[in-house]
Write a protein that binds this ligand. Structure first.
Ligand SMILES: Nc1ncnc2c1ncn2[C@@H]1O[C@H](COP(=O)(O)OP(=O)(O)O)[C@@H](O)[C@H]1O
Ligand SMILES: [Mg+2]
Length: 248
C-alpha cells in the first residue's frame, strides 16, 4: 500500500484499513506490525493462540487503545488515536470478550443507551428490530444481570448494532454459548453482511469460521503469520506451528 492514501482499486475507499499498526505494553509487544484491508460486506476471521494480539488489534481499530505506530483508516478517513466515541460515530463498533453491559438496566434500556447521538427518534424501533433479529424480544424487560451468559453475548452484539456501524468487530462472541445462540449469531452476521456491513471476527470455533468467513488471518506473537481461505489456512504449516509448536 502506498503511504498517505488508502484508495483501493475501486472508487470507494475500503471500510477499514490498518497500516503497520503496533502496540507495546511495557516490554510486551502485543501487536508488532499488522497491515490489513477489508472490503465492503466481507467477513474476515482472526484466529491465533491466546495472547497473540487479536483483542489488542481490535482495540487499535476501534479506539480503545492508541497504536504506538501505524494508521487506522475508516472509509478513507484517518481515525488513528481518536476517542472511541468518535471512532464509533465514524462507523466502527466492537464487542468485548467479556460483555460490557449495564447489569441493573433492562435489555431494552441497554439497547437504547447504546444508540448514537442524533438517532434518538429512531432508537425504539431500531431496538425492537434488533431484539427480533437476535431473538431476545421475550426478555425485553429483564435486567441484563438476569440473562444467561449466551443472552448477554447477544445483548452485547445488539448494543453494537444500535450504533449503526459499517464495520463490526466481534471478539469471541460464540465462546461458550449454546448451539442455538451460536445459530442466532451466525444468522445475524449473514443478514447484516448482506446489507453491506463488514465484519472482523475473532473466533476459536473452526466450524463457525468455515461457515461464515470469506478470508482468515492468523496471528501469532503480534504478527500476521498467514492469510487466506479456510482451506489454505487449514493446510498451512506456519499455522500448525503457531498452534501446536512452541507454546509453553
Ligand atoms: N492492557 C494491557 N496491559 C498489558 N498487557 C496487555 C494488555 N492487553 C494485552 N496485553 C498483553 O498483550 C498480549 C496480547 O494480548 P491480547 O491482545 O489480549 O491477545 P489475544 O486476544 O490474542 O488473546 C498478551 O501478552 C497480553 O498479556
Ligand atoms: Mg482476546
Amino acid at each position: 500500500m502506498s503511504s498517505g492514501t488508502n484508495q483501493s482499486h475501486s472508487s470507494q475507499p475500503s471500510p477499514l484499513v490498518l497500516e503497520s499498526v503496533a502496540k507495546h505494553f511495557g516490554g510486551i509487544t502485543a501487536v508488532a506490525d499488522v497491515s490489513l484491508e477489508v472490503t465492503t460486506g466481507e467477513v474476515v476471521g482472526v484466529i491465533g493462540p491466546n495472547g497473540s494480539g487479536k483483542s489488542t488489534l481490535f482495540s487499535l481499530a476501534a479506539g480503545g487503545q492508541k497504536p504506538d505506530n501505524g494508521k487506522v483508516w475508516l472509509n478513507g478517513k484517518d481515525v488513528t488515536g481518536l476517542a472511541t466515541w468518535k471512532i464509533a460515530r465514524a462507523g466502527i463498533s466492537r464487542t468485548f470478550q467479556i460483555p460490557s453491559l449495564f447489569d441493573n438496566m433492562s435489555v431494552r434500556e441497554n439497547l437504547l443507551a447504546a444508540a448514537v447521538e442524533g438517532d434518538w427518534k429512531g432508537a425504539p424501533q431500531r431496538a425492537s428490530d434488533i431484539m427480533e433479529m437476535l431473538e431476545i424480544s421475550h426478555v425485553v424487560d429483564n435486567l441484563a444481570s438476569e440473562l444467561s451468559g449466551g443472552q448477554q453475548k447477544l445483548l452485547e452484539f445488539g448494543r453494537v448494532c444500535m450504533r449503526d456501524p459499517k464495520v463490526i468487530l466481534l471478539d469471541e462472541v460464540t465462546a461458550g454459548v449454546h448451539p442455538n445462540i451460536r445459530r442466532i449469531i451466525l444468522d445475524a452476521i449473514r443478514r447484516l453482511r448482506d446489507t453491506g456491513i463488514t465484519f472482523l471476527i475473532i473466533e476459536h470455533d473452526m466450524e463457525m469460521v468455515r461457515e461464515i468467513c470469506d478470508r482468515l488471518i492468523v496471528m501469532d506473537q503480534g504478527r500476521v503469520v498467514a492469510e487466506g481461505s479456510f482451506e489454505d489456512i487449514a493446510n498451512d504449516v506456519e499455522v500448525q506451528r503457531a498452534y501446536l509448536g512452541r507454546r509453553k
